[in-house]
Design a protein around this ligand. Structure first.
Ligand SMILES: [Zn+2]
Length: 619
């Protein structure tokens, strides 16, 4: 699927030019008593917001007051006055941002005195709340700003010494990036990293205490923004300059068009899904001011296929001055992404681009725009749309079907950045806390990920004509409405391993299909937390599967069927009360059910019988 992230960062107009403003001047450089005559080119005048040279007063102001990305903005060089060689201090004021790490350095630090060796020089820093300046190392004046505001850097020479007129300084600010690893190589492959996530400027992200998946904890609250707005940009609101400058070779901004009704619905559905799994909240800004701007334009001139790209999106913080990203679809009426109803390429395309808009990257080494992709990457076994909607690749389970939602790794990566919604659910129809339904249709293919933190929601297989295997353990795949046997050799949609349960999900309710097709429910570990699996519409042909990893090695002799719920032998591990439908796990083998816990309750359909054959033993 030819889709692309626009990964280039628009250059910030803060770099000094190399233009020569004055002829080279000859200066005498005195270091450690050695005298060396060198010729240097006077550096250019300062550029950038608020930057100005203050003449021979040797003071200039450099304003770094932009938001968001602010990545390695470099203030390079200020020519104070080539003719002036009698300064004992040089002062530079810079607007610094709390949490950023800064380096102040001078490459033209030429000091002299009339006799003897070169005088000692020093550098000090005074923050807006400081009552006195503190020393910084001349060689590596690196520090983290403790507050936001105008800071004063002062280069001084010892008494009797002077700076020459050729002096420059570079103050470089680097925003705190994301941690080097999430704790999972799989999630590391999903994130653009660096500073490409939505956050307040200068945020220093730290790891919190909420588990996303084994080995991964979400960033702590405050590490990311939780409120974002979005807008469906109209043609009259089209960001003409950005389209021309940063969306390569468009030249067709007049063809900018607002998203259609289905496209808007797909975008709203994607954002609602993200709100359900993370702590991000989205509001629609109807005045065009949204942080995420959605629209369409003709991309047929772009590489990526006969009709050009399907869509393109910036990464977070691409435009720090405006705090916006742009997510555009190809408006060319090719029919390829024209339909954006659920299950179409157009639908998954919008979700994909919004993934970029929030900081997700492709998990493989490819990019439709042809630019170099950023690693790390997923191995081929997981670099596919079964694990991530951000992947370009299909596997045996995803061939011929489009993602209906973000998948396992997408959800976990978004939760890592923006927190885990501890009360969230992607089920439909959860009214007043009564619990919703994860429903499926017999007539449509499905490739999606379910999430429920509430434990109230039910996987509902009613109406399906084919059998399903529902694995209630978080971070696993279920096979819903299997059209054919599981065969990796056949690369076409089969309904196998098509529905994931997101990490951290607590789903323990399932209502089985009542067609003459066998369903299997793999019990989850919820009984360990005092909940139990709730199975409705159990038929004689259905199976309840017990995982070896949860229950140990069991065989049919460990299944104790009766009407009292009391274990009858020391072999009894699974005790079934056929009168009430309650199922207990007796871990201690005491035969007294003393240590038994209720792990499931079933309601069989009329005439169905539960026998030892009902139970299956899986890895
Ligand atoms: Zn992409």
């Amino acid at each position: 699927m030819p889709v692309a992230a626009l990964t280039s960062t628009p250059s910030l107009a803060l770099r000094s030019t190399q233009a020569v403003l004055a002829p080279p001047v000859k200066v005498v450089r005195m270091v450690n008593g050695l005298t060396k005559s060198v010729t240097v080119q006077p550096p250019a005048a300062p550029k950038g917001a608020g930057a100005s040279a203050q003449g021979t007063a040797a003071a200039l102001t450099f304003n770094m007051g932009f938001v968001g990305y602010d990545h390695k903005a470099t203030f390079a060089a200020a020519e104070l006055n080539p003719a002036d060689q009698d300064m004992s201090t040089v002062t530079i004021k810079a607007h610094l941002i709390k949490g950023f790490r800064y380096t102040a350095a001078s490459s033209y630090l030429y000091a002299y005195q009339s006799k003897g060796s070169a005088p000692a020089a020093s550098l000090s820093l005074k923050g807006p709340s400081d009552t006195k300046a503190t020393a910084l190392s001349l060689k590596s004046g690196t520090f983290t700003a403790k507050e936001t505001g105008d800071h004063t850097f002062t280069w001084s020479v010892a008494k009797g010494g002077k700076f020459t007129g050729a002096f420059d300084a570079t103050i470089q600010g680097t925003e705190p990036p994301l941690p080097k690893t999430t704790g999972s190589t799989s999630l590391d492959a999903m994130l653009q990293r660096d500073v490409a996530w939505w956050h307040a400027q200068g945020t220093t992200p730290s790891v919190g205490s909420t588990q996303v998946m084994p080995g991964v904890w979400a960033l702590s609250p405050g590490s990311a923004r939780q409120q974002l707005s979005y807008s469906f940009t109209t043609a009259s609101q089209a960001p003409t300059a950005i389209l021309k400058n940063d969306f390569p070779s468009i030249g067709k901004d007049k063809q900018f068009a607002e998203m259609d009704t289905n496209q808007k619905a797909a975008a709203r559905a994607a954002l609602a899904y993200i709100s359900s799994v993370t702590n991000l909240n989205f509001t629609e800004a109807t005045d065009g001011s949204g942080n995420i701007q959605l629209g369409t334009y003709d991309m047929s001139a772009r590489a990526g296929g006969a009709y050009g790209l399907d869509g393109i999106s910036n990464l977070p913080a691409s435009y720090p001055l405006t705090d916006k990203v742009y997510t555009f679809l190809n408006a060319r009426p090719s029919g390829y992404v024209g339909d954006s109803t659920a299950g179409t390429v157009g639908w998954s395309e919008i979700w994909h681009e919004l993934g970029h808009a929030l900081g997700l990257k492709h998990p493989g080494n490819y990019d439709a725009s042809g630019s170099a992709a950023t690693g790390p990457f997923l191995p081929s076994a997981t670099d596919n749309q079964q694990y991530s909607l951000m992947s370009y690749k299909s596997n045996a389970y995803t061939e011929g079907v489009n993602n209906l939602s973000y998948m396992l790794y997408d959800v976990a990566a978004l939760q890592y950045l923006y927190g885990v919604n501890a009360a969230g659910s992607t089920a439909a129809g959860d009214v007043a806390g009564a619990g919703g339904q994860f429903s499926f249709s017999d007539s449509t293919s499905v490739l999606s990920t379910l999430y429920s933190a509430t434990g109230r929601d039910t996987i509902d297989l009613a109406g399906l004509s084919k059998g399903s295997t529902v694995n209630l353990n978080a971070g696993t795949f279920s096979s819903i409405n299997m059209l054919s046997a599981d065969s990796k050799a056949v690369r076409q949609y089969s309904g196998n391993k098509n529905v994931a349960l997101a990490y951290g999900s607590k789903i323990n309710k399932v209502s089985l299909g009542t067609a003459v097709a066998a369903d299997t429910v793999v019990l989850n570990g919820a009984f360990k937390q005092g909940a139990f699996n709730d199975i409705n519409n159990l038929q004689s042909c259905d199976r309840i599967a017990l995982s070896k990893s949860l229950f140990g090695s069991l065989t049919a002799k460990n299944i104790d069927l009766g009407t009292s719920g009391t274990a009858r032998s020391k072999d009894s591990r699974i005790v079934v009360n056929q009168s009430t439908g309650d199922i207990y796990y007796d871990a201690d083998g005491s035969g007294s059910r003393c240590a038994a816990v209720k792990i499931a309750a079933y309601r069989a359909v009329a005439g169905a019988a539960v026998s030892s054959n009902t139970f299956a033993f899986v890895a």
